[in-house]
Design a protein around this ligand. Structure first.
Ligand code: F0G
Length: 457
């Protein structure tokens, strides 16, 4: 056995990757109002903005796309999609959507009323925004270990069960139409959720007759962590683990742009016939007919193949090796990051990295912009810009965590790309004291991080 875990694929198609001069990067960032979301991707060299929809497809997926049947209704592509998603989730009703947030939107509109409360281990920003848009209070109930960046624990994405019970008692069953559990827990560092936690969350909710919905974006990465870390699962296949995870929930939303290994797609699945009826009506209104839900037939085909590839143990070994490679380099340099490293990204602790920048001068944005200026690397802030809020007196409140996420696209970058990222971090380490914070000069009402403008202080 060799020690090196190699990419379990070779490269058949290439895409040019350019490093533009620093001067040009400076101009581009100013044109983008210092918000990397507003940069043209052609001005980015290594794009770690997201692992969502940015992966490379396999030959089998590309081949499957040619089988796409583009009929409006009843296409065999939908049958294949439905069969595969049912095989993994065990759910009775399978609805394709164009991406995860569309599934969330349909769930929020059909199954909640204004004033309701939806607890989650941690809502992703689109999930929270979809609930808040319809007047629902979206609560994050992450376990205590999840708030501690330094101390490693195997399942830092878990739901805090005591707090969940307190919330149920406080608001009452009538105001909680369902709870959610997000695997892996993106917002808290891509941290996994244990099977035991999923099982116990379900048992607690059952006592109060509250359904559980899984946000399954990274279910295969979560299954890998369960296999590696949870007692009793070492010899269970990723597929069987995934099956069990879904068996503990009543419904699920998913962005197939993550563990579906596709560039676009999502689903909304459930067991309950009444829910399905509501979902179906809203799907037709919002997304498209039930047999395509806003996707082309070829997209359905690619997702049906991709989601099974995500459960391939060789793929997951490789995937974890890439993320760990970057984390190890951080460790060696004492760069503070969320430990242990999560499934899809390394999350740098910007508060600890840039202690001289106060939260409301957005240390995360300072680090994101420095990574771009220094190396043409695009990352994303998960801190006070993304998760901060204004209290009832209109005073801006920072987020608990100030993280910068280096999300790793699936099957896209090679080891030399990672070495380039590490060299860039070395340069940043040298002049981190000179980095300055930012102020916001424009912001929209919802999801401000995507389009707001910053000015350097
Ligand atoms: N839930 C989680 C946990 C997510 O990470 C995302 C997307 C969504 C829902 C929404 O899915 O983008 O297909 O509508 N996360 C991406 C990210 C955007 O960068 O983490 P979508």
């Amino acid at each position: 056995m060799r020690r090196t875990i190699i990419e379990p694929f070779r490269i058949k198609v290439t895409e040019p990757l350019k490093i533009i001069p620093r001067e040009k990067r400076e101009q581009e960032l100013i044109k983008a109002h210092n918000n990397v979301f507003l940069l043209p991707s052609t001005s980015v060299s290594i794009d770690l903005l997201t692992d969502s929809g940015t992966g490379a497809m396999s030959t089998k997926q590309w081949a499957a796309m040619m089988l796409g049947d583009e009929s409006y209704a009843g296409s065999p592509s939908f049958r294949r999609f439905e069969r595969t998603m049912r095989r993994i989730t065990g759910m009775k009703h399978i609805f394709p959507t164009h991406q995860g947030r569309a599934a969330e939107g349909i769930l929020a509109i059909t199954r909640t009323r204004p004033g309701d409360v939806v607890p989650n281990n941690s809502h992703f920003d689109t999930t929270r925004a979809n609930f808040e848009f319809v007047g629902v209070n979206a609560l994050d109930l992450i376990c205590a270990e999840g708030l501690d960046n330094e101390t490693p624990a195997p399942f830092k994405g878990n739901m805090n069960l005591e707090r969940l019970e307190e919330v149920i008692k406080k608001y009452g069953r009538e105001r909680i139409p369902f709870a959610m559990i997000t695997v892996t827990n993106n917002t808290s560092g891509g941290q996994p959720v244990s099977m035991q936690n999923i099982r116990e969350t379900r048992a607690l909710l059952k006592k109060y007759d509250i359904p559980l919905v899984m946000d399954a974006c990274r279910f295969a990465e979560n299954a890998y962590f369960i296999q590696q870390r949870e007692e009793g699962y070492a010899d269970v296949s990723l597929y069987q683990i995934a099956r069990e995870m879904f068996s503990h929930v009543d419904a699920a939303t998913m962005s197939l742009k993550k563990d579906g290994l596709v560039n676009i797609g999502g689903f909304l699945v459930c067991q309950n016939d009444d829910w399905a009826q509501d979902f179906q009506n809203m799907l037709i209104l919002r997304e498209g007919f039930i047999s395509y839900g806003g996707l082309a037939g070829r997209d359905l085909e690619a997702a049906a193949v991709g989601i099974m590839e995500a459960l391939d143990p060789e793929y997951q070994n490789y995937r974890h090796a890439t993320v760990s490679y970057l984390a190890r380099a951080m460790e060696q340099r004492n760069i503070p990051y969320v430990k242990p490293v999560g499934g899809h990204a390394v999350f740098i602790d910007a508060k600890a990295f840039l202690p001289h920048i106060p939260p409301l001068q957005y240390p995360g944005i300072a680090l994101v912009n420095a990574l771009y200026l220094e190396g043409g690397i695009r990352s994303v802030e998960l801190g006070s810009v993304m998760f901060g809020h204004y209290d009832e007196n209109g005073v801006e409140q920072p987020s608990n965590l100030e993280l910068v996420r280096l999300a790793i696209p699936r099957r896209v970058y090679t080891q030399s790309h990672f070495d380039y990222i590490i060299e860039t971090l070395d340069d940043l380490l040298r002049d981190r004291d000179s980095l300055r914070g930012y102020k916001i000069t424009y912001q929209p009402k919802f999801l401000r991080h995507f389009t707001c403008h910053f000015e350097a202080l």
